[in-house]
Design a protein around this ligand. Structure first.
Ligand code: DAH
Length: 339
């Protein structure tokens, strides 16, 4: 009896076909009401006691083998006929469309770009692998300048002059190499810093850089532009400029917006002050203009730079920056309905 099952096992194992009718016949032969399996199961009682266990296991194996084979073959045949005929069954109900979601970093970047586009800024980009000149020297950070340490840089080992850009300010330089004033450009992009990864810091993030150069541009223009931006972006235009230092701007400022202290969250994110830092800015340093053969006696300008993740976290209430780089679908799908 065991031999008989072995024979059927071999038969089922060997069976293959790409004809639906044949597969159905095979199914009925084994699994049908009067099929082989039912017959074998019925014979169970006449199997000698010491063989019952093996016999039972073999029958189960046979049953599984046949069911799986039938399912697989049917699937393959159906797929084939769909692609072979090259024609779908147009009467079939449609598959539900799986909607994608934009990444929150992109959502925020697009909003920032839109806001500045409306007041005449164009968009420019530069490479993520930069050289020392564009990332540092041209921006008034000569070799051995202490401010280089402010940005923990990833250098590229085989090319001492190459590095992963630490800020999008490098695109200012690239833009000024190619364009004469008047200049109004914003440059979004990814930047890298050698930081310990935590809920608040990452080795990669995104910035948007802004640059405006023309005759007679003043600090008042910078202020108005930033206020317009914060109003459009956050619905808030109460801002303050704290004196600060960046080598590429003089004077330099850090810009805070008044976020308010209405909720417990407001207290947490503003550390109880109500104020929130959102960007660095300043008047382009004459040395930078000179490096780019732009006459600082004739032209002046302002620049600013902000981190996109920080703003995305604020707007969407994300408490851990790592969420933005893990591509966990459960997280990303929450942004489906956003534009
Ligand atoms: N590059 C600065 C940073 O990485 C941000 C910044 C500050 C950009 C002031 C600017 C600026 O253009 O004027 O943090």
């Amino acid at each position: 009896m065991i031999q008989e099952v072995e024979k059927y096992l071999a038969e089922a194992e060997a069976f293959t076909s790409n004809d639906l009718g044949e597969v159905e016949k095979f199914r009925i032969r084994f699994l049908g009401k009067k099929g082989i399996l039912n017959k074998l199961f019925a014979e169970f009682k006449s199997v000698p006691a010491e063989d019952k266990k093996t016999y039972g296991q073999m029958l189960n194996k046979l049953k599984r083998l046949v069911s799986e084979k039938v399912k697989k073959l049917k699937e393959t045949i159906e797929n084939q006929s769909e692609t072979q005929s090259g024609r779908e069954d147009l009467t079939k109900p449609g598959y539900p469309y799986k909607l994608g979601a934009k990444h929150p970093v992109n959502l925020v970047k697009n909003r920032i770009v839109d806001i500045f586009r409306r007041i005449g800024f164009n968009v420019s980009e530069g490479p993520e692998i930069e050289d020392d000149w564009h990332n540092f020297s041209a921006l008034n950070l000569p070799e051995y300048h202490p401010a280089r340490d402010m940005q923990d840089t990833f250098f590229i080992q085989r090319h001492p002059d190459w590095l992963l850009r630490t800020h999008t300010s490098s695109v200012q330089i690239r833009y000024m190499e190619k364009h004469k004033p008047p200049i109004r450009t914003i440059s979004p992009g990814r930047v890298y810093r050698n930081e310990d990864i935590s809920a608040r810091a990452h080795i990669q993030f995104h910035q948007v850089e802004g640059l405006y150069i023309d005759k007679g541009v003043s600090f008042a223009d910078l202020k108005q532009t930033i206020m317009y931006f914060t109003k459009e972006m956050f619905g808030k235009s109460k801002v303050r400029f704290r004196p600060s230092y960046f080598p590429f701007t003089e004077p330099s400022a850090e810009v805070d917006i008044y976020w308010g202290l209405k909720t417990e969250d407001d207290y947490r994110i503003t550390k109880g002050t109500g104020w929130l830092e959102i960007m660095g800015a300043g008047m382009v340093d004459p040395n930078v203009l000179q490096n780019m053969q732009i006459d600082p006696e004739q032209y002046s300008g302002f620049a600013f730079g902000m981190g996109i993740e920080r703003i995305a976290m604020l707007l969407y209430g994300i408490s851990d920056i790592r969420m933005l780089f893990e591509n966990d679908m459960r997280f990303l799908e929450q942004f489906k309905s956003r534009f």
